[in-house]
Design a protein around this ligand. Structure first.
Ligand code: SF4
Length: 457
């Protein structure tokens, strides 16, 4: 059987003018994981449009096309699907957006999947080989036991800055109502992990030193995380991951992570207003001491990539300056800002829809940089302008310097300057590296930055 798998890209990522580094950071693993279930004699090709240009006409005609669109690439995903269906190819589609709007996707696919694929994908493959594929498969059984190895041989590693992405769990134990997670895992467990030994074996198979864990919340199951970190100790890895404020503050967990090689953590602070947190059911952050969490990370030698959302219902026009000021004052190295975005079928979507506040359904604009709903305490223009201003202000050299001064020591100050400056002040250089397909060559510089300064604990 010949199988083609495509991760369609949103328009910006394929722009001939400029390719931001964020789309070439690491390979997503969803399709390569599904490819692991194929037979050894199946012919499979995998394309990630974020890092490669696709001429659909020039692609061979497979027996099966698998497309995994995000909301912002749904239009492109449907275009690809329609093209191949017109050539008589059976098109299968799944992922977050398809799960949230299966009927919309079904208009462009022969088969749609809702939820994670570990149970339904092998079932579909059997039906497809038997000539009786169903129109829709809904996942209910949640386990990572017996997961075949990810087909990393299909990933074009040289097109990514960090080729070693890895994921050892699914979902997250929390229930923030703006997050896709609950809708995706509806009907079954919404957080589960690999066996620790399986995760360690996969880590062991990865070449090089640096890893990027794509798990929503690597520290979400304390026992699993502790055992994983203990097992990783001595492997000589350097890694980055995502975790919550309360997991950072939990005794002992961070220390073990640092000993295992953690050097940078993505943390969803979201807002510095507790009333916003309560409205959006981000209960795990309420009453936590954000400043103490940042301090604890810095003192352990871990850099912070902080995530903030603007436009929550308690946010007025002063939220941008207050948030940036707070983040700079804490010495946060990198920040990602988002305009609140109601993804279809989330709790937030349902609330705003019931209040008649969703202003359009152009999925291209659901990219957290556009206002797609009526904000409560400012105009859409104020919200979009403030969002862009926050980015400009946070990454001004004067603020990068000021942020670095908040670091605990001279090593960390230097690292702060190198890391924050490197990401945001050299985008044209990243663009050049991406175009010349040499972005992976910047990996040793990233490793040196992470290795030379980190890991005080
Ligand atoms: S903590 Fe993060 S991944 Fe978990 S539900 Fe909240 S937003 Fe989603």
């Amino acid at each position: 059987m010949r199988v083609t798998m495509i991760l369609p890209a949103l328009t910006e990522a394929t722009s001939p003018l400029f390719r931001p580094i964020k789309y070439s950071l690491f390979p997503p693993l969803g399709l390569a994981t599904l490819a692991g279930y194929l037979d050894p004699d199946d012919e499979v090709t995998l394309h990630d449009e974020h890092v490669e240009r696709l001429d659909l006409e020039a692609l061979d005609t497979p027996d099966l096309l698998v497309v995994q669109p995000y909301i912002t690439s749904a239009r492109r995903g449907y275009e690809i699907a329609d093209h191949f269906r017109a050539r008589g190819v059976h098109v299968a589609m799944g992922g977050l957006h398809v799960t949230s709007l299966p009927d919309e996707a079904a208009a462009h696919a022969d088969t749609v999947f809702t939820g994670p694929g570990e149970d339904i994908w092998p079932l579909f493959l059997k039906d497809f080989r038997d000539g009786v594929p169903a129109r829709r498969y809904d996942s209910t059984l949640r386990t990572l036991a017996g997961l075949p190895p990810v087909r990393r041989d299909l990933i074009k590693r040289h097109l990514y800055l960090v080729p070693n992405s890895i994921v050892v769990s699914r979902g997250c134990p929390h229930h923030c109502d703006f997050c896709y997670k609950d809708a995706f895992f509806e009907g079954g467990k919404s957080f589960y992990t690999q066996a620790v030994d399986d995760a360690l074996a996969e880590i062991d198979r990865l070449p090089g030193r640096h890893l990027y864990f794509l798990d929503d919340h690597l520290l979400g199951n304390k026992r699993f995380a502790q055992a994983l970190f203990d097992g990783m100790k001595g492997m000589g890895r350097l890694w980055q991951a995502a975790g919550t404020v309360n997991s950072v503050l939990a005794p002992d967990l961070l220390e073990r992570a640092v000993e295992a090689g953690l050097r940078s953590l993505f943390v969803g602070f979201e807002t510095i207003n507790d009333a916003n947190l309560a409205e959006r059911r981000k209960n795990q952050n309420i009453g936590t001491d954000y400043a103490a969490a940042v301090r604890r990370l810095h003192e352990a030698g871990v850099m912070v990539n902080a995530s903030f959302v603007f436009g929550l219902d308690q946010d007025g026009p002063d939220v941008f300056d207050r948030t940036v000021e707070w983040a700079v004052g804490q010495g946060i190295e990198t920040a990602t800002f988002h305009i609140m975005t109601p993804y279809p079928s989330t709790g937030l979507w349902k609330q705003l829809e019931s209040e008649n506040r969703i202003v359009h359904r152009d999925w291209d604009l659901y990219d957290t940089r556009h206002v797609v709903y009526e904000p409560a305490r400012m105009t859409p223009r104020q919200l979009e302008d403030g969002y862009w201003r926050a980015y400009r202000d946070f990454y001004r050299w004067s603020n990068i310097w000021r942020g670095s001064a908040a670091q605990p020591g001279p090593h960390e100050r230097l690292r702060h300057l190198a890391y924050a400056g490197g990401w945001k002040k050299f985008e044209p250089a990243w663009d050049l590296l991406i175009r010349s397909k040499r972005v992976v060559r910047a990996m040793p510089a990233l490793e040196r930055t992470l290795a030379a300064f980190g890991g005080r604990a």
